[in-house]
Design a protein around this ligand. Structure first.
Ligand code: FE2
Length: 255
């Protein structure tokens, strides 16, 4: 039963992405990128849900699959994935789901929680006092989302690889430069805000800072096992400050 519901939801999501991609013509690859990201976040969530025994599985999987559904109308309308230059794509996704029948297979409470998790998935901080199911959906989606964004961005940061300013947020590509405040935030155990980033190297530091703050042990183990720290720091300048930061992050990831 659950498997059939999930399969239908996936099919519907993929066909919605196809409609947007067809309308985007040459820029269809940006829609495809988010479609594939959503499918991988869904697959990562399958692993986290199993590893952590989260219930009910189906609500978690649906929230993961649909978390970025607001990206499609955002890109079609504004041609960017920068929320600060367009709309908050979490809010856009929640509004899209609330207006449609994507979640008709779910009961009223699960539907409300899934929509709320989509709305909140990209907020810097989650509000206090969240309903427990909404909180659980948010945690898994935010973990899986971070786990998948790292390789997507890494692939476009490799020397000689494809450059894509939509993915690297239009940041300055100066191989030797980073922002001191961003590095200090990461060293202090924090996560810089997107608006604080100036250079592509700042973005690498932001991505590295996500590992230790993943909520679930299964997520942190995936971050470590995939070698994200090594891969990010291999693309940063070799300085003693940065290599000390890498060791520190690796230790926090294991804690
Ligand atoms: Fe998102």
């Amino acid at each position: 039963m659950d498997v059939a519901v999930m399969r239908r939801l996936r099919t519907r999501f993929v066909s919605l992405a196809g409609e947007y991609a067809d309308r985007m013509g040459e820029r269809r690859e940006h829609i495809v990128l988010k479609r594939d990201h959503s499918l991988r976040v869904h697959a990562l969530t399958v692993r986290i849900v199993a590893g952590e025994g989260l219930k009910p599985p189906l609500a978690h999987l649906a929230a993961a699959l649909l978390h970025d559904i607001g990206r499609f109308p955002q890109f079609e309308r504004f041609g960017t994935y920068r929320d600060d230059e367009s709309v908050d794509h979490g809010e856009a996704g929640a509004a899209f789901l609330a207006d449609g029948d994507f979640l008709e297979a779910f009961g009223a409470r699960e539907r409300v929680c899934i929509i709320e998790a989509v709305r909140l998935h990209n907020k810097r901080e989650l509000p206090d006092g969240l309903d427990p199911l909404t909180g659980s959906l948010c945690n898994v989606v935010r973990d899986a989302d971070k786990l998948d964004i790292v390789p997507v961005v890494l692939a476009r940061m490799q020397a000689g690889g494809p450059r894509d300013s939509v993915v690297t947020l239009g940041l300055e590509d100066d191989p030797g430069a980073w922002t001191g405040d961003v590095l200090e935030t990461v060293a202090g155990g924090g996560n810089p805000a997107y608006r604080d980033l100036r250079y592509i190297n700042d973005f690498k530091l932001l991505l590295a800072s996500w590992g230790p703050v993943l909520v679930h042990g299964t997520s942190r183990r995936l971050f470590a096992a995939r070698g994200y720290l090594d891969r990010l720091f291999a693309l940063l300048p070799e300085t003693s400050r940065l290599s000390a930061l890498k060791s520190d992050l690796a230790e926090r990831l294991r804690a």
